[in-house]
Design a protein around this ligand. Sequence first.
Ligand SMILES: [Mn+2]
Length: 482
Amino acid sequence: TLNYRGKRNKCNYITVYCNFPVSDKDYENAIKYYTEALEINPDNAIYFGNRSLAYLRTECYGYALADATHAVELDKNYIKGYYRRATSNMALGKFKAALKDYETVVKVRPNDKDAKMKYQECSKIVKQKAFERAIASDELKRSVVDSLDIESMTIEDDYCGPKLEDGKVTLTFMKEMMKWFKEQKKLHRKCAYQILVQVKEVLAKLPSLVEITLKEADKITICGDTHGQYYDLLNIFELNGLPSETNPYLFNGDFVDRGSFSVEVILTLFGFKLLYPDCFHLLRGNHETDNMNQMYGFEGEVKAKYTPQMFELFSEVFQWLPLAQCINGKVLVMHGGLFSEDGITLEDIRKINRNRQPPDSGPMCDLLWSDPQPQDGRSVSKRGVSCQFGPDVTRKFLEQNKLEYIIRSHEVKAEGYEVTHAGKCITVFSAPNYCDQIGNKGAYIHLRGSNLIPEFHQFTAVPHPNVKPMAYANTLMQLGMM
Ligand SMILES: [Mn+2]
């Protein structure tokens, strides 16, 4: 039986609770109770190790790293501590640091097969990264587009799925493709390449800061993270109508990874971008990057459904996704949030040279990675990348740039959206029941040209075929492997 009273029992209760978390709330509670337990017993490596796991599960990799480090400092023989520090570093793309910890574990436990497997897996990634760097410095990387001969790709006679019409995406094609995907069928690789090559050209012409004007009677729908949840994306179109010239959309990044229908989500979104280039908008998220795709499933999914070469082309296309969008000069939308330093202007965003993997710091990194916090000022990010910014930071930024408020995504919210910073910072998230386990609602926002007042619409998850989230992720990141 569980007794919540008494200090020792409280900790026992936490241990039980932590083994069977089913929702985001459980992890939050686990973090809360371990924090209390650590106040009473600050030298307990296991509490730090367990809180680190709860942080890992809630994507707070910066905090997870700090706790795991603390745990191994307290107890050099605490193996789980090394594992968790390694997982945190993997999640942060710090593969060399992760390898060091796996190395330690293998040394201590030479007969542990699981440890050996993890060490080898991580070692493979480190070598691969070193190889990529060596090539990159040798010569400017050539585009995959130059090595493709799409014209000569043949579509086999037994393929009865959708095809572009005279090489163009049409509404009929889009409807057929969405239905085809819904039945879990694969778009012909020729068609996928046609979409990718064309959308790269369209995106490359856009500025890093896209500016649009809504007329009095116009309305736009803004969606947050979709993360490979294709069936929930179809549900958004069901509830809110298909994209069109009179039904414009803005999808605010993190289209891929985690959900195992990322290929279907991204090809659908790219298809609509081609069909309505001026009325269908896409912004880059922190998951439209190589490091994230390698760990969280998209790279594995593209390789499983198509080829490594196609993943390379996806990577090239992602680098051209714009970083922010300004609506009527009043509302600024970006995936992560505001900046680690004061004084950044819209002009600074316009000038960002975005055709690259995001750097570890600076405005481009912040736009993709930062999060708001309730207290004034800035603090170290719970994620270990970029920063957290307070209401005063938001207020100053808006004043300086003559804006009214910002809309960002990037964080799961129980209600699908959250209004903070006295209404100046809005979060929208559109992946309901995130990863099949958080139990959150999804939401999208309507903005009308007449008043720019956000209207929130919530929705719940719909069933999807039995392919679990993270099915294509790196084995080191899969749940239960941490
Ligand atoms: Mn994100």
